[in-house]
Design a protein around this ligand. Structure first.
Ligand code: UT7
Length: 329
């Protein structure tokens, strides 16, 4: 059976930094509250006029470079985003154009913060089944565009960024993307959503006036569910692959809140020294969190050849997911 490896990763974070101090001048909050309740110190903001495909293409170029391939060598582009350039066409199509690829299959996946892991799983199966041999998976988000900067309970959390990975089919057994777990429960869609702009509530003066084009969330409920869901994904993946937490070299959790990350580590029984954390610098970048964290872990040497890595994520949908990787030597 052919397997699937991650040949190279890349990421791109816009230069502009929005600090807790900046936010404290916009809403009634403080650096102390944000750091103690979330662990976030700053986040990046994409420049006006730019969009998810600009960030995504920059991350993709870096992933191709790391993989030693040209954009023209790719067979398929899959992009995970909830803050794409526009409702349609897909951000994946825009990324293909920005990479200078005139003809390639390309589509988006919408699974919110779990999107990168959903995209990995879909791409893994397309690679295994053929005819694709090399897939570019991108997760790119401009969450600042969906953020209500008058709502202190959500605006402190979100940021912009993009990550990418080049996946390839391999004949080598036991390495690469070993297994993924995907789950969703649409019954609780309303606890994290963007109320208007779709076919249920099309844009109108009223939707703009009522600020319905910004994301809404029930933070407390999400907090509890995020811990349960990411723990579930991790436990199931370890169990069904006959592995234990002691086999793990690194856990890369979705970066929504530092307290969620430590609670997930605790319930999985993994020490924090084995948990990758970059939330202080970037906040929650939805699907891009997992992709950026994976790239930073690889580039910083936090992941070495032969390491078993567990990624877990949770977000709107509700969706949650996990991925077990054996990093190739
Ligand atoms: O990717 C998945 C998407 N989202 C999440 O996973 C979010 C998960 N939830 C969270 O991270 C946390 O629930 C929050 C960070 C959103 C909120 O933290 P919390 O510890 O659950 O605070 P809370 O909502 O219980 O609010 C406590 C107090 C409230 O004041 P009162 O009612 O006790 O007077 C809030 O109004 O903190 C207040 N508060 C703030 N104060 C200063 C809420 N946001 C802020 C703020 N600055 N930015």
């Amino acid at each position: 059976m052919p397997g699937v490896i991650i040949r190279g990763t890349g990421s791109y974070l816009p230069e502009a930094v929005l600090t807790n101090r900046d936010l404290s001048m916009m809403v009634d909050t403080s650096d102390e509250w944000i750091v103690t309740r979330t662990g976030i110190k700053e986040r990046r903001i994409a420049p006006a006029g730019s969009a998810a495909s600009d960030l995504g293409a920059a991350a993709a170029r870096r992933a191709c470079e790391a993989a030693g391939v040209e954009p023209g060598d790719l067979d398929l582009i899959v992009c995970a985003t909830i803050s794409g350039d526009q409702p349609y066409p897909s951000t994946a199509c825009h990324i293909a154009a920005r990479l200078g690829i005139p003809a390639i299959p390309a589509f988006d996946i919408q699974a919110a913060c779990s999107g990168f892991l959903y995209a990995l799983e879909v791409s893994r199966h397309l690679l295994k089944a053929g005819p694709y041999r090399r897939v570019l998976v991108v997760a790119s988000e401009c969450m600042s565009r969906l953020t209500d900067y008058t709502d202190r309970s959500s605006c402190v959390l979100l940021g912009d960024g993009a990550g990418a990975a080049v996946l390839e089919r391999t004949e080598t057994d036991g390495c690469g993307v070993l297994d993924c777990y995907l789950m969703a429960d649409g019954r609780q869609a309303e606890i994290l959503h963007l109320p208007a702009g779709g076919s249920r509530a099309q844009p109108s003066f009223e939707t703009v006036e009522r600020r319905l084009h910004f994301m809404r969330m029930e933070g407390g409920t999400l907090f509890r569910l995020a811990i349960e869901a990411m723990t579930e994904a991790g436990r199931i993946l370890l169990e069904r692959n006959g592995m234990t937490r002691d086999d793990l070299a690194l856990v890369i959790p979705h970066q929504a809140n530092m307290r969620i990350i430590t609670a997930v580590a605790r319930s999985l029984g993994v020490p924090m020294r084995k948990v990758f954390v970059n939330i202080a610098q970037y906040g929650n970048m939805s699907a891009a969190c997992s992709a950026v964290a994976l790239d930073e872990a690889v580039r910083s040497g936090a992941i070495a050849g032969g390491d078993l890595v567990l990624m877990v994520a949770f977000g709107a949908g509700l969706t949650w997911a996990g991925c077990l990787l054996r990093w190739q030597t």
